[in-house]
Write a protein that binds this ligand. Structure first.
Ligand SMILES: *Cc1c(COP(=O)(O)O)cnc(C)c1O
Length: 395
C-alpha cells in the first residue's frame, strides 16, 4: 500500500487535513471533468505511452545523466552528491516533460487551440515550443509587469509562433495570468486545452503533472541502483509550484529509507516577509481553485529565482508535509547565489537560480553526513537564462 492517499477527485489525505480537490464555478468544472476523463483514458494507453517516450528520447534528449559531482562532494568532505541533469533537456529545464505530455493529451481530445499561463516565462517558452512542434495555435497569458521584466522570454514565445497576452489587473504578475487563463478555459473549453505549468491548480492538474514529471524520479532510481547498487539516503529538490520536486520524489515516496527534502525560496529571510515559502511559513487555504499551504496575504511574494515565486504550492507537497513524509525548509537568496557560483566553479555547471536553492541545501547537508551516504539533487534547469541578472548583482 502506498503512503499517498488520494481520491479519484484529487483530494489528498483523510479527515480534516486534506489538500487539492477542485473549488471552481460549474462551467470551469465541466471543462476540468473532460480533461480528467481524457487523462484517465489515455495515461496507461500503450500507444500514448509510446508516443510520449518517443518525444522524450528523440526531441527532449532523455534519458539525461545522473552525474556524480565528485569535485563538489570532495570539497564538502561528506556525503556523495549526485545531480539529476534536467538542465540538459531541450529548452534547458524539466518543464518540457510536462508540456509534451499535456499537448499529446490535447491532441487526443481534439483541441484546436492551446492556452497557458506563465510567470517568469519558462513555462510559456516550453509551451510555445510544443505548440510549434505540433502546429497548434497558442495563446500565453503573462502579467504585464512580468512581460517587461522578462522581455527576452516574450520574444522567444513570439518567435516560436505563440501569442502573448498581457494580464493587466491587480499586481499584473503570475496570479493574474492564471486567473485570465482559467477564464479563457471556462469560456472556450470546447476547442481549447489549458496546458498548466506546475503540479498545482484544480484536479486533475496536480496528478497529471506528477504523472508526466515522474520520469525524473524513475530514471534517477534506476540510475542510482546501477551506479551504487542501492537507494539514496536523500532526494532534494527546489519547490516553486512543486513539479520538478514531485517528479523526483514520487517514485521514492514508498521507499521509507529515503529522506525527502523540498527546498523553498526563503527570499530575503522568512522574518522579513519577502519570500515565497508557503510550506515553511503559510497556512492551509484555497488559491486558484485548490487547497494547499498559502502564504500570508501581508507577505510579499519574492525570490531571487523568478520561477519560484508562487504564493501557493502543490497539494501533494502540502500533504507530504502534513503526514511528515517529507521535510520542507527554506534557503535564502544569498545562499542560492553562493551555490550558483560554487557549482559553476567546482563542476563547470551553471545551474538555474531555482535549482541553486536545492544545491545550497545539499551543500549544507553533505558535510554533516558520513562519506558513504548518498544525496540526489534535482538540477531542474540550466542557468544561462540567469547570467545577466547574476552579473548585475555581483558587479
Ligand atoms: C519553473 C522552474 C522551477 C519551479 O517550478 P516547479 O514547478 O516547482 O518545479 C524550478 N526550476 C526551474 C529550472 C524552473 O524553470
Amino acid at each position: 500500500m502506498s503512503v499517498v492517499k488520494v481520491t479519484q477527485d484529487g483530494v489528498f489525505g483523510e479527515g480534516e487535513m486534506t489538500f487539492g480537490g477542485s473549488f471552481v464555478p460549474d462551467v470551469l468544472q465541466n471543462a476540468l471533468n473532460r480533461v480528467a476523463e481524457a487523462f484517465e483514458k489515455y495515461k496507461d494507453d500503450p500507444e500514448f505511452i509510446r508516443e510520449y517516450h518517443y518525444y522524450m528520447k528523440d526531441y527532449v534528449g532523455r534519458e539525461n545523466p545522473l552525474y556524480y559531482a565528485k569535485n563538489l562532494s570532495d570539497k564538502l568532505g561528506g556525503a556523495k552528491i549526485y545531480l539529476k541533469r534536467e538542465d540538459l533537456n531541450h529548452t534547458g529545464a524539466h518543464k518540457i516533460n510536462n508540456t509534451i505530455g499535456q499537448i499529446l493529451l490535447a491532441k487526443r481530445m481534439g483541441a484546436k487551440r492551446i492556452i497557458a499561463e506563465t510567470g517568469a516565462g519558462q513555462h510559456g517558452v516550453a509551451t510555445a515550443t510544443v505548440a510549434a512542434l505540433f502546429n497548434m495555435p497558442c495563446t500565453i497569458y503573462m502579467g504585464e509587469v512580468d512581460m517587461q521584466r522578462q522581455a527576452l522570454n516574450v520574444f522567444r514565445m513570439e518567435l516560436l509562433g505563440s501569442k502573448v497576452v498581457a494580464a493587466k489587473s491587480g499586481n499584473r504578475t503570475l496570479k493574474e495570468a492564471v486567473d485570465e487563463a482559467l477564464m479563457d478555459f471556462a469560456t472556450n473549453h470546447e476547442d481549447t486545452f489549458y496546458l498548466l505549468g506546475s503540479a498545482v491548480g484544480p484536479h486533475p492538474y496536480p496528478l497529471m503533472v506528477r504523472h508526466f514529471q515522474s520520469i525524473i524520479g524513475r530514471e534517477a532510481k534506476a540510475q542510482i541502483l546501477e551506479k551504487e547498487g542501492r537507494l539514496p539516503d536523500y532526494v532534494v529538490a527546489c519547490v516553486g509550484g512543486g513539479s520538478n520536486a514531485i517528479g523526483l520524489f514520487y517514485p521514492f515516496v514508498d521507499d521509507l529509507s529515503v529522506k525527502i527534502v523540498g527546498v523553498e525560496p526563503g527570499g530575503k529571510g522568512i522574518s522579513t516577509g519577502f519570500h515565497a515559502a508557503p510550506l515553511t511559513a503559510g497556512k492551509p487555504d484555497v488559491i486558484h481553485g485548490f487547497k494547499c499551504y498559502v502564504m500570508d496575504e501581508a507577505e510579499k511574494c519574492h525570490s531571487i529565482a523568478a520561477g519560484l515565486d508562487y504564493p501557493g504550492v502543490g497539494p501533494e507537497h502540502s500533504y507530504y508535509k502534513s503526514i511528515g513524509r517529507a521535510e520542507y525548509l527554506s534557503v535564502e537568496d544569498q545562499e542560492a547565489l553562493d551555490a550558483f557560483v560554487t557549482l559553476s566553479k567546482t563542476e563547470g555547471i551553471i545551474p538555474a537560480l531555482e535549482s541553486s536553492h536545492a544545491i545550497a541545501y545539499a551543500m549544507k547537508l553533505a558535510p554533516t553526513l558520513p562519506k558513504d551516504q548518498i544525496i540526489i539533487v534535482n538540477l531542474s534547469g540550466r542557468g544561462d537564462k540567469d547570467v545577466a541578472q547574476v552579473s548585475e548583482m555581483l558587479n
